[in-house]
Write a protein that binds this ligand. Structure first.
Ligand SMILES: [Mg+2]
Length: 118
């Protein structure tokens, strides 16, 4: 993946993108009029999750409940949009995505037994 960074004015190749690298690089695209506005980001997240659901509706209505290559691409695109806003919400709360991922992983492992150990 190649990303042009606004901060460094360079094009960076990011072979193994971490949550924190994504959070930092995607934060460069925040528009000044919404910077720090956690309510805006929460509304954005809700809107994008709705767009994922809408793709699921179209999958049922138009694709006869079969995941076509196009529908898959559209669903993943909307997941990316939701991920963007989720990042903004998390950083608005003063945390990183890796903080959230670690906390959630610990929670689900405590709450649910591991079914298939590898
Ligand atoms: Mg979208």
């Amino acid at each position: 993946m190649i990303i042009k960074s606004k901060k460094t004015q360079t094009i960076e190749k990011v072979p193994d993108l971490t949550f924190n690298e994504y959070q930092s690089l995607s934060a460069e695209t925040i528009q000044p009029q919404v910077e720090g506005d956690w309510q805006y980001f929460m509304l954005g997240l809700c809107g994008e999750v709705g767009e994922i659901a809408n793709e699921g509706k179209k999958l049922k209505r138009d694709d006869y409940n079969s995941v076509t290559a196009l529908r898959r691409a559209q669903i993943l695109d909307e997941c990316g949009d939701a991920f963007y806003y989720l990042n903004r919400v998390v950083e608005s709360m003063g945390a990183t995505m890796e903080d959230v991922a670690r906390h959630n992983l610990q929670k689900v492992h405590e709450k649910y037994p591991v079914v298939n150990e590898k």
